[in-house]
Design a protein around this ligand. Structure first.
Ligand code: HEC
Length: 205
């Protein structure tokens, strides 16, 4: 009885040691070895001047993202649009979600109707809710069509903007919409918005 017990006991001790040595050897050969650049940072508590990741964005990359348009029209690109041309694009790319003429689609009306104007519970649309016409261009260009944002050309966005403003009876259907005329369109809802001029002090409740 003594001898087999001794052998088993030795294996109990030796096998774990053997496996851990093998494990250490395996890990040493397979672990990610950080480059000197990162090792140099690992022993400092200081915030490094830079982390060594990424690169400076190119002007073309910045231009692609820097597309915001201010309420006064700053940022509007070259080009112009007409309601009649916008209707053709709208019927092809927008009507499925926003309804014929921009009324009553599954994703919401964009155009105010006279029946809506009369009822108290109005659906918010460009005509009765948006304070700036320039936002129509900005929003369509960056977000629509919902299933393919960014796919429209500036010219197409101008046509669509002209169409939606005309359908909301905010411009005449012959009005040419461009960087000059768009900021001048008066939106009925603008007077309903109150500029928030609080300073962030005790007057803020
Ligand atoms: C696949 C469906 C779909 C298509 C196609 C689509 N839209 Fe939209 N649209 C939406 C959805 C959904 C919203 C609401 C998005 C949100 O609130 O974030 C929206 C919102 C809008 C709004 C803002 C409405 C508001 O008053 O808040 C405008 C303007 C608009 N779409 C214009 C267009 C135009 C122009 C096209 C065609 C070029 C288009 N959409 C195509 C789904 C769609």
């Amino acid at each position: 009885m003594q001898k087999p017990f001794g052998v088993i006991f030795k294996l109990y001790i030796q096998l774990p040691i053997l496996f851990s040595v093998l494990g250490v050897l395996y890990t040493r050969n397979n672990t990610f070895k950080p480059s000197n650049q990162y090792l140099a940072m690992s022993d400092t508590t200081q915030h490094p001047a830079h982390f060594g990741f990424g690169r400076v964005a190119t002007q073309a990359e910045i231009d692609r993202l820097d597309i915001d348009i201010r309420p006064d029209g700053k940022g509007l690109p070259a080009g112009s649009g007409l309601a009649a041309k916008g209707k053709i694009i709208f019927d092809a790319k927008c009507v499925a979600c926003h309804g014929t003429g921009g009324i009553g689609g599954p994703n919401g009306s964009l155009v105010t109707t006279t029946s809506q104007e009369k009822s108290k519970q109005t659906e918010k649309t460009i005509g009765n809710y948006w304070p700036y016409a320039t936002t129509v261009f900005d929003y369509i260009r960056r977000a629509m069509p919902f299933n393919q944002p960014g796919s429209l050309t500036n010219e197409e966005v101008y046509h669509l903007t002209a169409y939606l403003l005309s359908a909301n009876k905010l411009i005449d259907e012959k009005t040419v919409i461009d960087a000059k005329s768009l900021p001048k369109v008066i939106m009925p809802a603008q007077k309903l918005f109150v500029p928030d001029d609080r300073k962030g002090g005790p007057e803020v409740k």
